[in-house]
Design a protein around this ligand. Sequence first.
Ligand code: UDP
Ligand code: MG
Length: 329
Amino acid sequence: MPAIERLSIVVPVYNEEENLPLLHQAIRSAMDVLPWPWEVIFVNDGSQDGSGKVLETLAFTDPVHVRVVDLRRNFGQTAAIAAGIDHATGDVIVLMDADLQNDPADIPMMLEKIQEGYDVVSGWRVHRQDAYLTRTLPSRIANELISWVTGVRLHDYGCTLKAYRREVLTGFKLYGEMHRFIPVYAHGVGARIVEVPVCHHPRRFGKAKYGLERTLKVILDLFTVKFLNSYANKPIYLFGGTGAVLIAISALLLVYLFVRRVFFGIGVLSSPFFQMATMIGILGFQSILMGLIAELLVRTYHESQGKPTYTVRRVIRNGEEERISINSH
Ligand code: UDP
Ligand code: MG
């Protein structure tokens, strides 16, 4: 396994002025004992408090390590994380929150796992310090659901503190609230994933930006993720499969009506079952047609961008190992 060469820590920031100096200190103390060069990329996501000024000061007092990406307005945590990843130069990228709820002291232990050969090290807030009814409980249910639907069993999708090999982060774009699904995408491209318990502290300064409403968004995102992960290359299997089932149901109904007509003389056209059979049958054909359109879209996607339908971890050539970035295909 290739060693770590450089580490990037990506931190989205939205109104966290009191937390930032402490966080910077904590990251420094955790990183300074490590042998690798490192940087921390603070992405200021349109903060309205003094975060921008504080970040500027940090960037000038610790120019070797601190990078600041200033977004023009508030785009949301996921977009901020994506901006940070785009500016990161490390071959290992750690994501974490700015609010001191995640602890940088956990990072060295996570990097050990990366060195063991894992591509994704997922933090798990075993003792989570958030409101139980509005945050911890819904999140536990969401985690169960995501694990079950995607087949990627993790206890804590919502924990931002996770470490990634660069190449599993660069092949796709992040939309909506989707940063929590990065491990699922990574799994889809064949990443090795491990889960480690991490510390979690209560928020001391500033406010939490989310409440219960986020759970709904997460569940909607889950549909997209499941579809993209399981059927992005073969949508006709999903649509066509659904269509086939519907047409079969419709055919069974028609057979039933026909038998009734022959043996009991009950009229077919006047029966509500006939209308049902027609509707279900039409839906079935529509579904298959949608599948065909989706197949066209898939071809456009892969062929217009030269994207292959597989991902390569590494190539060994002339006795030398080359790691392949997922979007460099
Ligand atoms: N955040 C952001 N943009 C936003 C909302 C939040 O960059 O629009 C950042 C925020 O500053 C923090 C992280 O995302 O670093 C997580 O936010 P928060 O702590 O409010 O979420 P929670 O930990 O409660 O899930
Ligand atoms: Mg938080």
